[in-house]
Design a protein around this ligand. Structure first.
Ligand SMILES: Cc1ncc(C[n+]2csc(CCOP(=O)(O)OP(=O)(O)O)c2C)c(N)n1
Length: 312
């Protein structure tokens, strides 16, 4: 039995509870549009687990599990999605801010990887299948391949970019195939029945980048169990059958099953879940006690103080 598996489960439960509460807060007008990661939690968690503390993590906007694992306080994530700039303040070390302009995080990450070239650290950047069509993504991958940078491009292939399906992002069968001719190795993981193997798949990929000091692109096919965001309605473009078939692939439920088969007890798992639910409830309560941000809060953390020649 590996305690690390229970730690993984704890962060999956934290993410699940965070997701649940964020959607409720959005419905009651406390949060803005929120992108659920339901079905994709293990992908993001495994990306964070694959790194050391001094490696760099460059997220897009669905990375709640990874950010919680790297130490982002849950109340600050609620603040971020409520449009409160102060939610950006407690960024974990070696972690870039949440990035909503699609694909642009790959350029930032490639710059980070360039700075890491002569160290033993690596950089991991996440992106969606839709982002893989953006010019910056091609430019970043090309640059990273030419300069042999230590960067792992990790694609969360949930097969939709809002309502645009995968077959309109690529004429290939996968994103890994799409980039297979760009001077870097690409790998794909498509075994939704075995979400626990995502940890070793992404862990090995990170090891490979660390050892070879060269870029690698990986893709994990993951079910998207919620709509794109709280502002979207997937039933307008996905069939009921497709949605209910995907629900059976809920990675957290399959991971629980995997742990029970390994002789962890339902009681043990239940206690971890209750603690996680409670931690997120406390974070929500704290978030709701915070005073409203002021106009000054919108820009007081935007500029480095020495750049302006004045202290904050
Ligand atoms: C530059 C830019 N163009 C358009 C958008 C609007 N937009 C938000 S999410 C999204 C789809 C992204 O899909 P994908 O990359 O597959 O990631 P997913 O959200 O499915 O995880 C789009 C087009 C944006 N945020 N940024």
């Amino acid at each position: 039995m590996h305690d690390s598996q229970l730690t993984h489960l704890k962060f999956l439960y934290l993410t699940e509870a965070f997701d649940h509460r964020a959607k409720l807060l959005q419905k009651t007008g406390r949060l803005g549009t929120f992108p659920s990661s339901r079905g994709q939690e293990i992908f993001f968690l495994a990306c964070a687990v694959a790194l050391n503390n001094t490696d760099w993590y460059c997220p897009y906007y669905r990375d709640h599990a990874a950010l919680l694992y790297r130490g982002y306080p849950a109340h600050a994530l609620f603040q971020y999605w409520a449009g409160d700039e102060r939610g950006n303040i407690p960024l974990p070390p070696h972690t870039l801010p949440i990035n909503v302009p699609i694909g642009s995080q790959t350029s930032h990450a490639t710059g980070v990887a360039m700075a890491l070239a002569k160290t033993s650290n690596i950089c991991l950047v996440t992106l969606g299948d839709g982002a893989s069509s953006k010019g910056e993504v091609y430019e970043s991958i090309n640059f990273a391949a030419i300069h042999s940078l230590p960067i792992l491009f990790a694609v969360n292939n949930n097969q939709y970019a809002i309502s645009t399906p995968l077959n309109l992002q690529t004429a290939n069968l996968s994103i890994a195939e799409k980039f297979s001719n760009m001077g870097l190795e690409t790998q794909s993981f498509n075994q939704p029945n075995h979400p626990e193997q995502i940890f070793s798949f992404i862990g090995n990929a990170a090891k490979q980048v660390r050892k070879n000091r060269a870029p690698l692109l990986i893709e994990v096919f993951s079910p998207r169990l919620d709509s794109h965001t709280t502002n979207d309605d997937a039933s307008l473009y996905r069939t009921e059958q497709e949605l209910s078939d995907e629900e059976k692939l809920c990675p957290i439920r399959l991971y629980e099953q995997h742990l029970l088969e390994k002789n962890y007890s339902p009681k043990e798992l239940g206690a971890i879940k209750r603690n996680a639910d409670n931690d997120i409830l406390e974070a929500q309560k704290y978030f709701l006690t915070l005073p409203k941000q002021t106009i000054d809060d919108l820009h007081s953390h935007l500029w480095a103080s020495d750049h302006l020649g004045e202290s904050r």
